[in-house]
Design a protein around this ligand. Structure first.
Ligand code: ADP
Length: 486
């Protein structure tokens, strides 16, 4: 069933290449499902290498004119796009909840969050400054200018169907680049709706292209191996990120990777426990636990452990699980049954290794894509659930005694995306913040993502930063001009 929209033109079920809505050559399509009901919402083109090359052709051809616009002119188009996204916030959220499952209020929040990157980078596009460098000789003048890197490939996941696109595409367009987007196969409709609005905003044909496909490996390889694509920006799983990085080696492409995490959430004995519960619920259960910055391991100091678990159990019991369009629903379905099976496997493994289910939500719909929000206690570092990204509504609680033990546990992972901790001791706040090997740290705060701050990870969680004043750096090359004989 297709969602009812105020602006039906936002519901697009064809790919978008060079300003045209296109079908697959052999009319191959694949279905997009509503994860809550299992119903098919749309059939979209299953494009392959040829169509991907056509999208790169279009992006390459569109680049000179787009790049030649003044920053102010590009900013105006981006600002139009931002305004249109916000004008259509409800429709975009309806499409998103239909294909992704997140509660409608959360989907509206994501539309605003996604739009904020377009607004921010519209503003930043006017501030791509170069430098004048004091010269090494009296007859010389040295300057740097920043130029768009070239055609950009953006491969994005299903968990934030709009924001993961705008966070890459807005800075790329602001810098004067053109893009080929390969959206997550579960959520292509949000990407296509964004493309429709980009056209309405005056973003010219070929500047933004969307290749829908179920053949991610083939489309991914085509994007990585084409020397005209100068930059790959990817958000998704660590194994795929590593594969793409290898595939980009032969053309020495710049890569930005935003990969998996294994976020610790440390509750020290001097924490405000109620504030920590509020922060944890936001960090753990947003999007049903399906975000790369979701808390994966809750480390609680011994003396506050039991109080914390009791309050956590009550908060989890109070969640409302159901269809994303249902009244008051705070947790929707997981994206598909594979995701549910993975979460179940991790919980079963932990229990068989000695952990205990302290709380399981009792009124979760009996539908294959739903998983009941759960609290598991007695978790230890050797369990799979402590080492892998859960990506589901399961809160796992560890116990620790000393600050140093918590830091060592927190850092004992190849990942380094987000970490959180609660403490009111200013000395501890600085010590722990500096010791955590993570790209982002929430201190007495469970929600850290916004357009003005740099989002990104260290270690195997990624390369590069998105959003903030740094977010444009990945889409420009610095050119140094040395003028002699002056
Ligand atoms: P997730 O677990 O979030 O689905 P993935 O890394 O599988 O993480 O997916 C993120 C994005 O990467 C999606 O758009 C997906 O289609 C794409 N993807 C998956 N495998 C490949 C691949 N081999 N090459 C290119 N893209 C891929």
């Amino acid at each position: 069933m297709t969602p009812e929209l105020n602006a039906p033109e936002l519901f697009r079920d064809r790919a978008y290449i060079n300003g045209e809505w296109v079908s697959a050559a052999k009319a191959h399509t694949f279905p997009v499902f509503n994860p809550s009901t299992g119903q098919t919402i749309a059939q979209v083109p299953d494009l392959g290498g040829d169509e991907t090359r056509a999208a790169i052709d279009a992006a390459e051809a569109a680049m000179p004119a787009w790049q030649a616009l003044t920053a102010k002119e590009r900013a105006a188009r981006l600002r139009n796009w931002f305004n249109l996204i916000m004008q259509h916030q409800d429709d975009l959220a309806r499409i998103m909840t239909s294909e992704q499952g997140k509660p409608f209020a959360e989907a509206k929040g994501e539309v605003a969050y996604g739009a904020s990157f377009v607004e921010w980078f519209a503003e930043e596009s006017k501030r791509i400054y170069g430098d004048v460098i004091p010269a090494h000789g009296a007859d010389k003048r040295l300057v740097t200018i920043k130029q768009p890197i070239g055609v950009v490939a953006a491969i994005t996941p299903w968990n934030f169907p709009i924001a993961m696109i705008t966070r890459k595409v807005a800075p790329a367009l602001a810098a004067g680049c053109t893009v080929v987007i390969k959206p997550g196969e579960d959520t292509p409709l949000s990407a296509l709706a964004l493309a429709e609005l980009s056209a309405q905003a005056g973003i010219p044909a070929g500047v933004l292209n969307v290749v829908t496909t179920l053949q991610a490996p083939e489309v991914g390889r085509t994007l990585c191996e084409d020397s005209r694509v100068r930059k790959l920006s990817f958000t998704g799983s660590t194994p795929v990120g590593k594969l793409l990085m290898r595939q980009c080696a032969d053309t020495v492409k710049k890569v930005s990777l935003e990969l998996g995490g294994n976020a610790p959430f440390i509750v020290f004995d001097d924490a405000d426990i109620d504030a920590a519960i509020t922060g944890l619920m936001a960090s753990k259960f947003r999007n049903a636990g399906q975000t790369c910055v979701c808390t994966n391991r809750i480390l609680v100091q011994d003396s506050v452990h039991d109080e914390f678990v009791e309050k956590l159990n009550a908060a989890v019991a109070a969640l409302t699980v159901g269809d994303g369009f249902g009244d008051g629903v705070t947790i929707g379905p997981l994206i598909n049954d594979k995701a549910v099976a993975k979460v179940r496997g991790l919980v079963d493994d932990a229990v068989s290794a000695g952990a205990r289910v302290a709380q399981e939500h009792t009124s979760t719909p009996d539908n294959p894509n739903f998983y009941p929000p759960t609290v598991v206690t007695g978790v230890t570092a050797s369990m799979r659930i402590a080492q892998e990204e859960i990506f589901g509504p399961v809160a796992t609680v560890f116990r620790f005694n000393e600050e140093s033990e918590a830091i060592a546990l927190a850092n004992d992972t190849p990942f380094g995306l987000a970490a959180y901790f609660y403490s009111r001791d200013i000395g501890r706040v600085w010590r722990v913040a500096e010791a955590l090997e993570y790209g982002m740290v929430g201190i007495n705060e469970g929600l850290i993502s916004n357009e003005v701050a740099p989002f990104g990870g260290i270690k195997e969680s990624g390369i590069g930063r998105e959003g903030s004043r740094y977010g444009i750096d990945d889409f420009v090359e610095i050119k140094y001009l040395c003028m002699g004989g002056i």
